[in-house]
Ligand binder design. Sequence first.
Ligand code: MIC
Ligand code: SF4
Length: 644
Amino acid sequence: MGLTLAQKILKEHLVSGEMVPGKEIGIKIDQTLTQDATGTMAYLEFEAMGVPRVKTEKSVAYIDHNTLQSGFENADDHRFIGSVCKKHGIYFSRPGNGICHQVHLERFGKPGKTLIGSDSHTPTGGGIGMIAIGAGGMDVAVAMGGGTYYITCPKIVKVELTGKLSPWVAAKDVILEVLRRLTVKGGVGKIIEYTGEGVTTLSVPERATITNMGAELGATTSIFPSDETTREFLKAQEREADFTPLSADPDAVYDEEITINLSELVPLAACPHSPDNVKSVAEIGNMKIDQVCIGSCTNSSLLDMLKVAYILKGKTVHPDVSLSIAPGSKQVLNMLAACGALSDMIDAGARILESACGPCIGMGQSPNSGGISLRTFNRNFEGRSGTKDGQIYLVSPELAAASALTGVLTDPRTLGDMPKFELPEVFTINDNMVVPPVPEEEMDSVEVLRGPNIKPFPVSEAMADEIDAKCSLKVGDNITTDHIMPAGAKILPLRSNIPKISEYCFAVCDEKFHDRALELGKSIIVGGSNYGQGSSREHAALAPLYLGIKAVIVKSFARIHMANLINAGIIPMTFANEADYDRIDQLDELKITNLKALIADATEITVTNVTKGFDFTVKLDLSERQRDMIKAGGLLNYTKETGK
Ligand code: MIC
Ligand code: SF4
């Protein structure tokens, strides 16, 4: 029986387990990446492991999220990460060099390799045939130390692409169509593998847009074959030697299959407040808009920017619209400057931002009250823009630029003939903003520089035999990590200070949660389905840990967040009977006894609702290793105990 491309790469990297969907497998990791908002914690954890030098083929630390330095905190974090990198064998991409996923694709990713990154959009690397997975910082720290990375062996979904995109219809519309069909839960436990004759019509940056936003499906990752287009891209990056041709076997067997005819796609938009709330531009109609933001790791490649500049050239941004543009990397920005496209953008009235995440993570450019903002980004969760009632629509760069000129949602197909946009034969290569690590013999003399905002991460205790605690919070379905641990310009600088950042934990849902949880001492959170979707931020587990959360009982979990809870020693449980969710209220007292024996192998546990006087059953869907981790009180304790 033939293998799919994802299965081939996983098999080659398999360290433990059997490749049976649903079973835990351990894989060897070749490359890691971190960004600054998750990186400080990841490197504190790495330091705690006591490994002198990373054991991966390549590890890169990027500064791209917390670049607004409105106090000393972010700059201190940058300095800390830079010095840790120097000391421990990690490449350091300085602020200004660009968004981690864009730069990694350009300069470091390699077909056939495995990459984990402390950012949920790491699957961008799937655009050049990598198995690239988003993970919590602690998992990345362990991988840097040479440890195995564990995942649930995923099912493989084949997305057969046929036809060719019509003029002005974009790669963004492809992934929005996949989201429309599969929803934000549809990819959980799956790898999305793209095949078919339509693949050859898509450039590497277009493929990367699609794999990037596969994160919004909840998928483990997404992957494209590595073909002649990949070779051309790597050659243009002066990295042809990194190329390997890779594809699925012709007789590969997939668990699910869908077909998308690219020729039939039309411009789409994800409406507020979910990436799967997808409608066609025609369905939404002539909506008046207030803001347009172009950029983010989904749509900030040179190709995207050249299209935007072409549309804006010689025109003026509509008087009622604010347009901001953040090119994805120094390479992109520099090449736009060299060819005059940047000047076309500036001339039209675009507000040019630095090459960083910026508005995507609420670092500036929050829309006006109730403002309608078109963004080329990947997430439009409520409040993420920094304006609670902001109405965010996720669209392609073509649609965004066309609408910035008219002031209303505009179908880019009204722009007339589309010229052929092509990638250059050679990109401008200058890695001068990537600091290499010092040679091994100089390592000891590197001093790690810590600022006063950098506090140690909370230590979790070994699991107790009984949990008798109140439900400190009850929430509904599709709770995102932006609900659990919001980001934005005000809160992000606190990423290295768990006690302080915990004050904002769940603040969007319930401002009193922090105080209540602290007062209760220990407590349990109850939630609906797809709990923890979105980001890889382990702060969404570390803040609850600090606030005394012992268990989370929900209808279902998103993958990375569930792994982060286990890493933090918090027990993730799911309702055996979803109807029991309705029978629990906030502040009910919940009791579980004999936990030590049960955690060893029980798949179902009885919980008593002491307040209401009934028992209900929860499921524990955990591997043996995860059970041991929870018993030890999390991954760090487990690693210390077992040396694994
Ligand atoms: C995001 O897009 O939500 C982030 C910010 O990039 C996060 C990481 C973080 O919270 O630092 C992600 O996607 O993992
Ligand atoms: Fe940065 Fe936004 Fe991409 Fe997250 S989704 S890595 S915040 S650009």
